[in-house]
Every structure is written in C-alpha cells, then in structure tokens.
Design a protein around this ligand. Structure first.
Ligand code: PLP
Length: 445
C-alpha cells in the first residue's frame, strides 16, 4: 500500500500542528493516513487508497459521505443567504422543534458548537439550578475536553486526568463505576445534599461499548430524583443514533432532566445542544441567570444540515437500514469469534459496534447474546463481559491497537483507532461492505 503522500503530509503537519493533528485520537501509528475525500460508505486517502469507513467522523455521519440531494440543497441555499448573522434564524427554531417533538424528555433546546460545549453548559446549568457543586461522573465515561469530567480516581477522591486542570475542580467530581448501583447509592448517602447532577452516557461509547445492565439507568433516575439532583444523560454519541428519533432515552425508557447532544444533529458540521425541561432550561441566560453564550451557536449552515439530515432519516427508513446492517455485522462477528477468538466480546447496538478483546471465554455458547452484548444474565459470557470502563481497560488493548487495527487497515477497513471508541455503520454502507468487513476480521484475528 503506497502511503507516501500521507507520510509527507504528516511530516509537514508535525511542524505546525502539535502531534501533527487537531484531535489526539487521529494520531494513528506510525502516522495517520490523510483523507482526500469520502465516497458513500468509504473514504479515499491522499494516495488513492480506499477504505470502508466505520469511523464516520467519530459518529456524526449517519448518512455517510454522500449527502442526499435534499441535504446538500438545504446547505447550499443557506450558504447562499450568507454564512451567519449573530441574530436568530428560522431554521434554529425548526431544528429545536424537531428535537423537542421526537425526544421524550426535551421541551427546550440550546444549541452550541460541540459536544464538549454542551456538557460544560449542562454541568453549569445543573450547578446553577440546584445551587450545589458536586458532579457524579462514570469512570470511563467521556464528556469531551472539559474540566469537571476529565478526572481519575474513585469515590474516595478524584484527581485531574490532565495537567492544566486545578485539583480544586476535580475535588468537586465523584467518579463511580458504570453499572454499579450500590456505588452510586453509597456516594449519595455520603454527599447527597451536595450533588448537583449525575452525568452519564446511556451506553459507554468511548470506553467499550458497554451497555447498561437491566435497571441501571432506572436507578440513576430514581436515586437522583430522591436526592433533588439532576440526571444529565449525555447522548452526544447515542442521540439520533441509538433508538432512532427517540434516541437512547426512548429505547431504554429513561427520563433525564437534561440531555446533551452533538454529532448527528449537525449533519457533519460542528454542533452540540442541551435539551431539557422548561423549568430548568429557562435558567440559561437571557431568561435566567446561568451564563451561556456563543458567537456561532445555532449556526444556520449547521442547523440546515442537521435538520435536513434528521428529516431525511425520518422519511427514508434510515434507521432500519443502519440497524439491520449493524445487526448483520455483530451476528457475523459473533460467529467469527466463536471459531477464532472465543474470549472476545462483540459489543454494540443499533448502528454502533465494537469487538472488545476480553480475556475469558464463555463455558458454552448456549443462550449467548447473538448480535452484541445485551448484558443478559443468562448469557454464558455474562460474568466476563465488560460492565464498566475498568473492565474494558483490562482487555488486550495493545493487541487491538498495534496488531489488529493495522491489519484491518491493510485490508481496506478503517476502524476507530483504539480499543475504546465505538464504530458506526452509516446509511451509505451496503451488504457487500459488511461481507468484506467480516472477511477482513477473519483474516485479522
Ligand atoms: N460526550 C460524548 C459522549 C462524546 O462521545 C463526545 C465526543 O466524542 C463528547 C461528549 C464531546 O463532543 P465533541 O468532541 O463534539 O466536543
């Protein structure tokens, strides 16, 4: 595989971009391939190599790389009217109406420019609304590059997980293991009156994929409610990806106070949003006092791209297609690991998937989850399948990243760059892509 152009570009990039990239996860080894263009479910790099793309921009590209006519027309129309105004536009209202119509817990929306901005603002809103400072976070949960959640440690003490974050900030955060109801009860018993919110992804999507065990999301809801704290569900990945238009909260029937969105709702352009109940949302400035603002927030081009993407999804069985292919992929992977790597766990739901290189094989395959881990207590792998971020970390992460990922790339399959981040099927993928991908897995494992 010729990669001379990518190599030369990386050489240049190292002189002007820290680490040669603008987001660390892109710095694959020994150097990243630079993308020239997308083509349906594929990308083509700077040397003309073609890959089946399951990264999909780390989640936003529900429709893949060729946007349907109605989406490109809306984008072009909006650009032609002028890039942005610093005054409200109709499309922001329409997009917020769409989200509020489909997502059960959302009555009002504030658009921002990234998932990080959404979680930062949601945490501030929760603190402002409750008048409390502490935030409970999940170990292995990811909520972007923000101070309150970039923490390590456990309930007995948290420290910043990055230099540059004051220890005093981390001291306000309480990390607990995902899927551990008792751990949550313990921190609420000790600190209940000081906890502004629990922030959690409904499915760990950046450290796994790890789905919730039966009853866990319900316990997040009931424990926070009992103690007068808010539940912030971070649906930056799962929003309009898992559970279709109702999002993961609809699929799992959980009713958060606040939801954070990003990725899919911008149709491939920079976006984030906070959604929730009127009483809480109206605490944001200007109706309330919790400061929140942004020059580019509700950017018309992003709004047009995102809204038209969601409308297209609503009208064209997009979720049937991506979920069906996701199902085929996970079933195929289950058959492959049964033969070739029985200790590995197939994870994912809807159009999310990941093969986790766990270390223990099940005793039998009778009653095994067929299309990705569902945390079914009757599955013979149940005790060994990951329940939280720590379990995923204990998997064979080096083997995944250093041996497996390059082998998949060599065969023309572009996966997310490490053991932890979810991969995504798009509307542009085909059954042929899935068959080729499964063949590549057979050779790489
Ligand atoms: N929350 C979750 C669950 C995410 O997966 C991410 C990004 O991957 C973020 C927040 C941060 O979003 P962004 O990268 O748009 O800032």
């Amino acid at each position: 595989m010729n990669e001379s152009n990518s190599r030369a570009l990386y050489d240049r990039a190292l002189s002007v971009l820290p680490g040669g990239v603008n987001s660390p996860v892109r710095a694959t080894r020994p150097y990243p391939f630079f993308i020239k263009r997308g083509d349906g479910g594929h990308v083509i790099d700077a040397d003309g190599n073609r890959y089946i793309d399951y990264v999909n921009g780390y989640g936003p590209l529900l429709l893949g790389h060729d946007l349907p006519e109605q989406v490109t027309a809306a984008i072009q129309r909006t650009v032609a009217e002028g890039p942005m105004f610093g005054a409200p536009t109709e499309v922001e209202v329409e997009h917020a109406e769409f989200i509020a119509r489909h997502v059960p817990s959302v009555e009002m929306v504030r658009f921002v420019n990234s998932g990080t901005e959404a979680t930062v603002s949601a945490v501030r809103l929760a603190r402002g609304y409750t008048g409390r400072d502490k935030i409970v976070v999940m170990q292995g949960g990811y909520h972007g590059a923000q101070e309150s959640t970039l923490v390590k440690g456990d309930a007995s003490g948290a420290a910043p997980s990055s230099p540059g974050i004051p220890a005093e900030f981390a001291a306000k955060s309480i990390p607990v293991p995902f899927n551990d109801e008792q751990a949550l009860r313990n921190v609420f018993e000790a600190h209940g009156d000081d906890i502004a919110a629990v922030i959690a992804e409904p499915i760990l999507g950046n450290y796994g994929i790890v789905p919730p065990v039966d009853g866990y999301l319900e316990s997040l809801r009931s424990i926070t409610e009992t103690h007068g704290s808010l539940l912030i569900l971070d649906e930056v990945i799962t929003g309009f990806r898992v559970g279709g238009l109702q999002c993961a909260q609809g699929k799992f029937d959980v009713d958060p106070d606040l939801t954070t969105f990003g990725k899919v709702i911008g149709g491939g352009f920079p976006v984030g949003a906070i959604g929730g109940k009127v009483e809480i949302m109206e605490q944001f400035t200007p109706s309330g006092d919790v400061f929140q603002a942004g020059t580019f927030s509700g950017h018309p081009v992003t709004m047009a791209a995102g809204l038209e993407t969601l409308k297209f999804a609503a009208e064209n069985k997009v979720y049937d297609h991506v979920d069906d292919l996701g199902d085929q992929l996970r079933r195929g992977l289950t058959d492959i690991v049964k033969d070739q790597a029985p200790s590995y766990t197939v994870a994912g739901t809807d159009s999310m998937f990941k093969l986790i290189f766990t270390r223990d094989a099940p005793d039998s395959w009778d009653g095994h989850c067929e299309a990705g881990c569902t945390q079914n207590p009757d599955c013979p792998r149940y005790d060994a399948c990951p329940k939280n971020g720590g379990d995923v970390k204990a998997a064979e992460t080096d083997r995944w990243e250093r041996l497996f990922w390059p082998k998949m790339k060599e065969q023309g399959v572009f996966l997310t760059a490490n053991q932890f981040e979810s991969q995504f099927v798009s509307y542009a993928h085909t059954e042929t892509d899935i068959e080729q991908t499964l063949e590549a897995y057979k050779h790489a494992l």
